[in-house]
Design a protein around this ligand. Structure first.
Ligand SMILES: [Zn+2]
Length: 460
């Protein structure tokens, strides 16, 4: 049963939100609607194209990257009339691993938000695949599979089949299944479902997409990228279907790190059987993913991936459906669903930095936090233009500087400033998030000072 608004407000005013994290029935329904059967069918279908190599057949109705792309487009189009489906296409010149001039086509499905359509969350994966002939298999250097020489750059080394079921048919299946489920609902923010291409040639499709988004000043509040979420068996014999890795770039209070913390909390709220391991790194050692393209354009973006891979199957003809786990992929998709639905239903995050008004650093952003009149307090301010009509108020979060995750949450009401008496701003990191009447929480906006500007000293 849904709590009546005044009752929930009273509850929030009397106890810490951390003790009453509630389940939103809509989000639970979305998570529960993610179908293992559907995820498995998509993975099998993607395998059936035999290869989705960027340089494979484009015109065949049944084989190669062109057939796969058209099928994904048609599937997106069939899920709901509310999904706006399009190709995001570019002509890319030969260079490095891009063995010849090539047309690349990302497949994009947009579910427009009802309240703040200009604010977007993206869920992505790459539908292209690659397999290298065993004789040309690059020798691993560090981190498992980094080629000492780039055998990938030579088309003659490509294998005739590149099933790519785990890399990254699994991620693509998650994106497609979430497009199907979530397009049956309405959200405040816009959700964009993207199947990228050219990932294997160096994040081509995502780099071009992110660059364009930045040039157009698009507001992307977060990107959930899924790459290799299809296996639970490691080549060294380790088996674990209960853990999912989430990578996020440094520093520790980057927007990507806040997104990772949010995802862990939301996912473990709705899917407590799956442990989300936050990895405080941008990606696995020496390996890449499409989230990085967004990081490089200044957007918050994280990567979901399995801790358990069999490297002998990666980028070979044995990355097959038979070697993948549909139940694991489905659970990873459900983790995405919990986080994505929470984010898209939540209020926008408050603003905790403002431009400096005067002086040599005029215009630079500075956190709106100080020591108050006493000089011994923590005095926080924040801004929130055009707050959502169902906004309940704000939660201040705190942690010690050495702690990886937020440790305390304090609901302070519908105010835009709050002072903690005798709390030092020096040994605590603060952040603020917005919360609505249904308990939906925004991302945390932290208070983090920028680097100190170097003092230019003249000597004589
Ligand atoms: Zn991949």
């Amino acid at each position: 049963m849904k709590l009546k608004i005044p009752m929930l407000a009273a509850l929030l005013a009397t106890c810490a939100p951390a003790q009453m994290k509630s389940v939103n029935p809509t989000i639970k329904k979305i998570v529960d609607s993610v179908s293992e059967e559907r995820v498995g069918e998509i993975m099998k279908k993607l395998e059936s194209f035999q290869t989705r190599d960027l340089f494979s057949e484009d015109d065949s109705p049944t084989r190669g990257i062109g057939a796969a792309r058209r099928w994904i487009f048609d599937q997106f189009s069939s899920y709901s009339p509310r999904l706006q489906v399009r190709y995001d296409s570019y002509k890319v010149k030969k260079k490095g691993r891009i063995a010849r001039d090539v047309d690349v086509h990302n497949v994009v499905a947009v579910l427009p938000g009802k309240l703040n359509p200009e604010r977007q969350f993206i869920i992505s994966a790459h539908y292209d695949s690659m397999a290298v002939l065993l004789r040309a298999m690059p020798q691993p250097a560090i981190g498992g599979d980094v080629p000492a020489t780039d055998a990938y750059a030579d088309l003659a080394n490509r294998a005739p089949t590149a099933p790519g079921v785990s890399d990254d048919g699994s991620g693509t299946a998650a994106v497609m299944e979430l497009a199907r489920v979530m397009s049956q609902y309405e959200f405040e923010k816009t959700i964009v479902f993207v199947a990228f291409t050219g990932e294997e040639e160096g994040l081509i499709g995502s780099s071009l997409y992110a660059r364009k988004a930045h040039q157009e000043n698009q507001i992307i509040d977060g990107v959930l990228n899924n790459d290799i979420i299809g296996t639970e068996v490691s080549g060294n014999g380790r088996i674990d279907n209960g853990t999912l890795w989430v990578f996020s770039e440094d520093p520790n209070d980057s927007t990507s790190r806040q997104l990772a913390r949010y995802v862990q909390e939301a996912s473990e709220r709705y899917l407590p059987s799956l442990k989300i391991d936050l990895i405080f790194r941008s990606d696995r050692l020496g390996r890449g993913g499409d989230h990085t393209s967004f990081n490089q354009e200044g957007y918050a973006a994280i990567r979901f991936t399995t801790p358990n891979e069999t490297y002998a199957n990666q980028h070979t003809e044995t990355d097959t459906f038979a070697n993948a786990s549909v139940p694991y992929t489905t659970r990873a998709a459900q983790a995405n669903a919990a986080a994505l639905a929470s984010l898209a239903l939540a209020p926008k995050a408050p603003v905790t930095n403002e431009p400096i008004a005067r002086g040599p650093r005029k215009g630079q952003l500075t956190p709106m936090i100080g020591r108050g009149k006493s000089r011994y307090d923590a005095a926080l301010r924040w801004k929130n233009e055009n707050p959502e009509p169902d906004l309940l108020g704000y939660v201040v979060v705190m942690r010690r500087t050495t702690s990886p995750n937020w440790e305390r949450e304090i609901f302070v009401g519908n105010v835009t400033e709050y002072t903690f008496k005798n709390v030092s701003v020096d040994d605590v990191i603060f952040g603020v998030k917005a919360i609505d009447r249904d308990g939906n929480e925004s991302l945390v906006s932290p208070y983090v000072p920028g680097p100190r500007t170097k003092t230019e000293i003249e000597t004589y």
